[in-house]
Design a protein around this ligand. Structure first.
Ligand code: WT7
Length: 688
């Protein structure tokens, strides 16, 4: 992975303006906090790094083990020069994560009647309460049904579902029988779904007929069927059965059933309800080795082909459980709500596994923040008495636009902790979240992490960490960050450079599915001995970390509730598939709500005309190939692209053109400097 794609001298994007003021969690709110003050944090952190064996053995005690952990706790190699990269945590112990997040709560902690989820549909009229007892029974039923379809330990199951309870049932059912789930966000295109199904060679696909997102009806089954067709065409079809949930919401919406044509293939498709009919609601868990794979989740890669990030059972279980407990300062009477989609890692770790491992009550929300009105999120907080709330900067910025008035109509006094994740949060959004949403009562917990890290790695703790708006503050227990310069030298004290980690923590990824080489080259080759995040960061005089953004060819894009990575190469590949396009280069440009948006330069083939129709076609192309989250905001005609003499596109220059930054610095490596003038002069064509 290259730090930047061009010959820029500046490796890391500039830091945000340091915000000097610190915010201390309000007294009295956290009388019973797990980590009551910064000294307590430091003491626990010290223990986690100096005596990791004891630290994690203590954490493991709460869990159920078929065969308890013994022997070496952690084995790893982070140095490519010393052989293969690997991470093994509590290898040899046997457990089951589904048992631990469900049966343990029901049978050992007496939480059977406790609410696991308040499901809140896209429409406020649709909601459902699911207790731990009910969840366990539904998961077992689904597990038995998957077994009936022939799913065995180690098989991969693709899940392409909206935010409905069946999504949680299916993922936990997989975990129960040792199948590896591969959840694909239901906003992805058929091509993206097909690519993921083929890469993991999934045997089963679980999907739904359709779903409303706001007032937009999405025919999921149609996309799923197209994906399966596509897999067949490439002769790599692995899916034998496609299970289809008839989404409840549609039963009550005649309008939807009228509009929705559900394609059906008798040889492959089967309705969820038919499959579950008469199936037992008890199912013995499959006892898994600590290092057996739990799931694959795809994340964008800088080559354009997504990487299947693999997480394994025990480390992920302990880490998501512990981070959830400490980072949200979880207590038994909390009502917790994370607005992300389970199709992203945030949902895997902090809607499903982390909260359930703690026996928490969560809101599971299908809808979007501004439907049917702009106060929807606040309405839900009041309705369920949400005390811990977790969302993304993009959602905060979106809601900021509507001012205080929509919030003032609701009682938000239940709120205690406000979390954020997905991209750097600008101080303005941070302060609004703190002042307006939290009424200066609730700490804003800016959690930095990645699909690859499995859970939070840099984060404040609610009662313990003095806050600085825009900083993800300090490392979580067991996490050892370092800042390196371009030459891989470690920087001490106040510094700015590459954010890396020197040791694994239990929740870190174990590999890229089916591709050890890519795992090593993406994360470990650049700086042997370290895991490389791909983010730049600054460490201030107090040792606080400030993420400055990606330093590779990745963009942070957002759907309504969460930010995710997308690679420029992926979007470029979609654009160049259009018959009129000869070449494309994509860069990011700041966006008031989304954080970053996509600005695309396209060079057309000879005699092709750039016009509005083409622009629309190109946008559609990207939407179809990747999904709506990747839709370009700007497309500019580029008769030529700024390139180095060796033919490398200078993205730095394109970024500056996209942002209308005239001071371009050193252009001496450009093959043809005139190109830049032309692109600047044609910027007006780029109106979205
Ligand atoms: C990338 C990972 C982790 C779940 C959501 C995204 C950026 C994430 C923060 C934060 C600054 C952040 C980084 C990271 N990011 N959280 N609190 N402050 N940047 O998961 O799609 O794997 O993306 O998101 O650039 O590398 P992902």
């Amino acid at each position: 992975m290259s730090p930047v794609s061009d010959s820029s001298n500046r490796v890391i994007p500039g830091p945000q303006e340091p915000e000097e003021k610190t915010y201390h969690p309000s007294d009295g709110l956290f009388t019973d906090a797990h980590v009551p003050d910064f000294d307590a944090y430091l003491a626990l952190y010290k223990k986690s790094t100096e005596e990791p064996e004891e630290f994690w053995a203590d954490v493991a005690q709460e869990f159920y083990w078929k065969k308890p952990p013994s022997g070496q706790m952690l084995q790893f190699n982070f140095d490519v020069n010393k052989g293969n990269i690997y991470i093994k945590f509590m290898e040899g112990a046997k457990t089951n994560i589904c048992y631990n997040v469900l049966d343990r709560n029901v049978h050992e902690r007496n939480l059977g009647e406790k609410v696991a989820y308040y499901w809140e549909g896209n429409s406020p009229n649709h909601h459902q309460t699911i207790t731990y007892n009910q969840l366990l029974r539904n998961v077992c039923r689904c597990a038995n049904a998957l077994k009936l379809l022939g799913v065995k330990k180690g098989d991969r199951v693709a899940i392409y579902l909206p935010m409905i309870p069946e999504l949680v049932y299916t993922m936990l059912a997989c975990a129960r029988i040792g199948a590896v789930h591969s959840i694909v966000f239901a906003g992805f295109s058929s091509e993206s779904l097909c690519e993921r199904i083929m890469d993991a060679q999934c045997n089963i696909l679980v999907t739904a007929d359709g779903v409303y997102r706001g007032d937009k009806l999405i025919n999921l089954k149609k996309t799923a069927s197209e994906a399966l067709e596509r897999c067949k065409e490439s002769m790599a079809s692995s899916v034998q059965k496609c299970v289809v949930v008839k989404h409840n919401a549609f039963r009550t919406n005649s309008d939807a059933s009228n509009k929705l044509q559900t394609p059906w293939d008798e040889s492959c498709d089967i309705w969820w309800a038919d499959l579950m009919d008469g199936v037992s609601d008890e199912c013995e868990p499959e006892w898994m080795d600590s290092e057996d794979p739990l799931f694959i989740l795809y994340t964008s890669g800088s080559t354009g082909k997504p990487k299947g990030v693999v997480h394994t059972v025990t480390g992920y279980m302990l880490y998501t459980s512990l981070t959830f407990k400490y980072v949200f300062d979880y207590h038994h009477d909390d009502v917790y709500w994370c607005t992300a989609d389970i199709g992203w890692i945030t949902g895997h770790s902090y809607i499903t596994y982390g909260p359930l491992a703690n026996g928490a009550t969560s809101v599971l929300f299908e809808g979007v923040p501004v439907y049917p009105h702009v106060g929807r999120l606040w309405e839900i907080i009041e309705k369920y008495g949400v005390s811990k709330f977790y969302t993304a900067p993009t959602a905060i910025r979106l809601l900021m636009k509507y001012g205080r008035e929509p919030l003032q109509q609701y009682d938000l006094s239940s709120l205690r902790v406000l979390g954020t994740v997905g991209e750097p949060i600008n101080p303005e959004a941070w302060l609004w979240y703190y002042d307006v949403v939290g009424q200066q009562r609730c700490p804003v917990i800016d959690t930095f992490w990645q699909t690859e890290t499995g859970g939070h790695v840099l984060t404040p703790l609610p009662a313990a960490t003095p806050l600085k708006p825009g900083s993800a503050t300090c490392p979580f227990f067991g996490v050892q960050p370092a800042v390196l310069n371009e030459h891989g030298e470690e920087l001490e004290g106040e510094a700015e450079g590459y954010l890396v980690f020197r040791k694994p923590w239990p929740g870190i990824m174990r590999g890229v599915y089916g591709n050890q080489e890519r795992f090593e080259s993406t994360y470990f080759r650049k700086f042997p001995g370290f895991y490389v995040t791909g983010d730049g960061c600054r460490r201030d005089k107090d040792g606080y970390y400030w993420i400055t953004g990606r330093i590779d060819d990745m963009l942070n894009v957002s759907d309504v509730c969460s930010g995710h990575l997308l690679s420029t190469a992926e979007v470029e590949a979609a654009l160049t598939e259009h018959p009129s396009v000869a070449e494309a280069a994509v860069v990011s440009r700041p966006h008031a709500v989304k954080g970053e948006c996509l600005y695309c330069f396209v060079t057309l083939k000879d005699h092709k005309e750039f016009n509005r129709t083409l622009m629309e076609e190109l946008k559609r192309k990207v939407r179809e190939k990747i999904g709506p989250i990747a839709t370009p905001d700007f497309i500019q005609n580029a008769p030529g692209l700024p390139k180095t003499r060796s033919g490398k596109i200078m993205r730095r220059v394109l970024r500056q053109i996209a942002r209308n930054e005239k001071d371009l610095g050193d252009l001496s490596t450009l093959a043809d400097p005139k190109v830049v003038e032309v692109l600047f002069s044609q910027r007006w064509e780029a109106a979205a």
